[in-house]
Design a protein around this ligand. Structure first.
Ligand code: AMP
Ligand code: TRP
Length: 333
């Protein structure tokens, strides 16, 4: 039987290779399976949990849609829409925030990381972020949610919220309990400058990531400058645990090559980083440059992108408003 897929990406700019290999590449494969129903959401309500410039946000929303399309998601087969255009998300998030427990939210590591040292100054939205994410997923009865490893904890709280709502109101199966879909080997792509840190949009150095809008020369240059260590490449997976940069570059190569880490290690064992980097640059240019070219082309076709969002809005709004209506009835409104 087909799966009901829901996932979201924040329109906060600089979509990078980590987003692509950890999430978007998987979206495309799920979209291509005729049996699946997929919904991909540009989660702008999540983006404003930290300060955003309105003009940049508007551009980033279109850029995220352009990235989905350029990567190979078919807007005729899958629903692509913008979270803030479907009021049910905010409404369901409020209701579910009365179901979620403070103790559950207090355990969220992403909040601790993003809020930094001065938690008192973080927005309330940043704290309740996982509740909105639960609303996103539960409104569409998603069966599977493809995300990177960093979102696993948010999926667990979503499951807890769904279960508690079903139990509290004695409505077994009202909310479907979703399963995370996390790729085993490639769920955490690391910074090119520090193999122990996640590749991230917010990292100051642009050399730490490959952006999906980077051109050929930029990609080659970033791989050339990527951090390495001084040893030849190892022959065993276990040796990689002590060599984060080698592990990351080999993983990126594997994923782009649709191979597995073990095979890639066999190919490069005993060789120098320079040989791996040369092959990696080649495959990155082959796979990422066409996406980058297509994103830029699509960004000049704003009306086309807005039309996709409008079509997506209509379909998503109809499903979500129906579900929220049922929530009202159950609660006693
Ligand atoms: P975000 O940009 O935080 O909205 O993330 C969008 C998707 O990309 C989520 O499914 C994340 O788990 C995934 N993702 C973000 N950064 C990475 C990374 N460095 N490695 C793997 N997946 C990532
Ligand atoms: N929190 C996710 C991230 O930062 C984005 C997101 C919001 C999401 N709502 C979602 C992902 C629903 C999957 C399903 O990556």
């Amino acid at each position: 039987m087909g799966k009901k897929i829901f996932s979201g990406v924040q329109p906060t700019g600089n979509l990078h290779l980590g987003n692509y290999l950890g999430a978007i590449k998987n979206f495309v494969e799920l979209n291509n399976d005729q049996e699946n129903d997929c919904i991909f959401c540009v989660v702008d309500l999540h983006a404003i949990t930290v300060k955003q410039d309105p003009k940049e946000l508007r551009n980033n929303i279109r850029e995220t849609v352009a990235t989905f399309i350029a990567s190979g998601i078919d807007s005729k087969k899958s629903i692509i829409f913008n979270q803030s255009t479907v009021p049910a998300h905010s409404e369901a998030a409020w209701i579910l925030s009365c179901i979620a427990r403070i103790g559950w939210l207090n355990r969220m590591t992403q909040f601790k990381e993003k809020a930094g040292k001065d938690k008192e100054k973080a927005s309330v939205g940043l704290y309740s972020y996982p509740v909105l994410m639960a609303a996103d997923i539960l409104l569409y009865d998603a069966s599977h949610v493809p995300v990177g490893e960093d979102q696993k904890q948010h999926l667990e709280i979503c499951r807890d919220i769904a279960q508690k709502f079903n139990n509290d109101f004695n409505v077994e199966n009202f909310f479907h309990i979703p399963e995370p879909l996390i790729q085993k080997e490639f769920s955490r792509i690391m910074s090119l400058k520090d193999g122990t840190k996640k590749m991230s949009k917010s990292e100051l150095s642009d050399l730490s990531r490959i952006n999906l809008t980077d051109d050929k020369d930029t990609i080659i240059n970033k791989i050339k400058k990527a951090k390495t260590d001084s040893l030849p490449l190892p022959s065993k997976i276990e040796e990689l645990d002590k060599r984060p940069e080698a592990k990351n570059l080999l993983q990126i190569y594997s994923s782009l090559n649709n191979s597995n880490l073990k095979k890639t290690i066999e190919t490069f064992q005993g060789k120098n980083f320079s040989e791996l980097k040369e092959n990696l640059s080649q495959i990155l240019v082959e796979k990422i440059e066409p996406i980058s070219v297509e994103i830029k082309k699509l960004l000049s076709e704003k009306e086309y992108l807005d039309k996709i969002l409008l079509e997506g809005h209509k379909k998503a709004n109809s499903i979500a408003s129906n579900k929220v209506k049922k929530m009202h009835e159950i609660i006693g409104f």
